[in-house]
Ligand binder design. Sequence first.
Ligand code: ATP
Ligand code: ZN
Length: 286
Amino acid sequence: MINTLKIAIQKSGRLSEDSLKLIKECGIKLNNGKGKLKATADNFPLEFLFLRDDDIPGYVEDGVADLGIVGENVLLEKENRVDLVKKLGFSKCRLSIGVDRNWDYKGIHELEGKSIATSYPKILAKYLEENNVNAEIHEISGSVEIAPSIGLAEAVCDIVSSGSTLLSNGLKETDVIMRSEAVLIAAKSLSEEKKQTLNNLIFRINAVQEGKKNKYILLNAPNSAINEIISILPGMKSPTILPLAMEGWSSLHSVVKEDEFWEVIEKLKKAGAESILVAPIEKMIV
Ligand code: ATP
Ligand code: ZN
């Protein structure tokens, strides 16, 4: 159909599971599954291509796929002409410089004249240039972290999340070049029909993301405390208040932001709230 979008997803790796989970949370059901190169959806005009992440920006630029999910690090390195539609909040990591743990490293200028191993030569070259550092870049496609110990390079520029991979190879993280997360990308010239499908997909992704950022909260309180409790609970518009069977008491329902949650609960208890129940929100349309 003319409104069907093809989305490229990493075949197997650190983006795959969360990409498919997001699709599922959007209520989209894939029919053929793992190990295949392609899949379709029953209930949404979407087709899936499973590829290496490095190839995804290129395929989206060429129009082989209309959409893709990749790390911002790969997107920046590949320099393909595609649109960044939305940050997706998973596969968060950094692209950083790492050096020998015992190096009394004071700053990027110490890499002058040294060699650095990386799978991200373009991003690294730009960073070195911005900092007026001349260094030799060794491009390697994997296991960058072992380069110093085998004498291939004196430093690395690699993806870091906890830092444990660097640490177990005798390295330490020194300079953060960029922060990255998974992003949804799209081809630049989508037809109107495809744009409509993309808007529907974005609407669903937003609802899933908003839901995750918030909690549904129910509590009981004496009527005398309601005004104070309302001032603590901003809610979507204003909280729902229902009378309880017990005279002089009410139940309040509202929505609280995940990152303000514990602070709010403390205040609610102080204000006289009891029997506080908190539930996750699956989708939230704002
Ligand atoms: P492929 O075989 O598809 O080329 P790959 O080995 O290049 O896979 P992965 O290691 O699966 O790539 O990482 C894919 C993306 O996930 C990276 O480009 C980065 O954005 C992100 N990523 C990598 N390592 C981590 C990590 N430790 N924590 C979180 N996100 C990460
Ligand atoms: Zn890759």
